[in-house]
Design a protein around this ligand. Sequence first.
Ligand code: IYR
Length: 228
Amino acid sequence: MSHRKHLPFTGLPELTPAQRLDAARAFRDRVATRRTIREFSDEAIDAEVIRACIEAAGQAPSGANMQPWHFEVIGDPDLKRQIRLAAEEEEREFYQGRASDEWLEALAPLGTDEDKPFLETAPWLIVIFEQRHGLDADGEKIRYYYTKESVGLAAGFLIAGLHEAGLATLTHTPSPMNFLNRILERPSHEKPFLLLVAGHPAADATVPDITRKHPAEYIKFRTAEDGS
Ligand code: IYR
């Protein structure tokens, strides 16, 4: 088996056990304050903030390191309007027919509907595309692996980064999202994965009164008697 040259790894900070626990808990406490926001202010945000957060997303692990993602960052009001109109058209069909009663019931506590004004109000829309395969210089397909998982991981990094930068996000997934290929002129092997709205919350933004699972519901440790 041949493989490319490996290099020594020195990337992690050296922490004492106490610093490590503090760091883990501080990160947990910061992400615990993240809430999905659906009412945005039109306050501008420096494009370099968005760029840095997307560069963080680009550090996510990916299947065979193929990095199967593309990010479109939309601040142009005309494009935002086109996206809003197309998304609302899909959402109208969803809320007025396509969605099952069970699904609509699950969404009721969130108070969502087919009106998506935030797609124009928020300063930035970030569209994450999943590249289902790559293309070499001759236009031949390059196989990619675990593309959905990889793009999901990158999206998680991005949302955490934007939160860290004090920005609100909304993970918006109008379905289907093919209109984003048309509006943003992306090739058909790129599938829209997520439309992420980023900005400051509106001054009067509210969030639904919902709770998160208690960690005991989703964590189970299996250790030996001595804890190892
Ligand atoms: N895409 C619709 C519906 C929707 C679906 C889920 I699952 C949500 O968590 C929230 C909304 C919309 O954006 O309104």
